[in-house]
Design a protein. Structure first.
Length: 117
């Protein structure tokens, strides 16, 4: 059984910062990559940020480049998403994902981020 612990969401004013944390656990689980997604108003899933846990290869959605940073924690299967200069359009539920092999992706329960003045 795969378990997600997501934290760090909340409410901030425009220009503010938040850091999301995602930790994944599960017996006999090998996670190769982790990331964060959000769903646009048109219900399209948008990659916010992702990274390979074996190295430092990262990928970002165009709308967050230069503002968000994904990093790996010291604990196994843990990633952080540092979000700076948050804007109202960043308001969404952020879902942590964990890839176990080429065809299996697990999803967390999501954490709400709200940016408003």
């Amino acid at each position: 059984q795969v378990q997600f612990v997501e934290s760090g969401g909340g409410s901030v004013q425009p220009g503010g910062s938040l850091r999301l944390t995602c930790a994944v656990s599960g017996s006999s689980l090998y996670i190769s990559a982790m990331g964060w997604y959000r769903q646009s108003p048109g219900n399209q899933w948008e990659l916010v940020a992702g990274m390979l846990l074996s190295g430092e290869i990262t990928k970002y959605g165009d709308s967050v480049k230069g503002r968000f940073t994904i990093s790996r924690g010291d604990a196994k299967n843990t990633v952080y998403l540092q979000m700076n200069n948050l804007q109202p359009e960043d308001s969404d539920v952020y879902y942590c994902t964990a890839e176990a092999g080429a065809t299996t992706t697990y999803w967390g329960q999501g954490t709400q981020v709200t940016v408003s003045s």
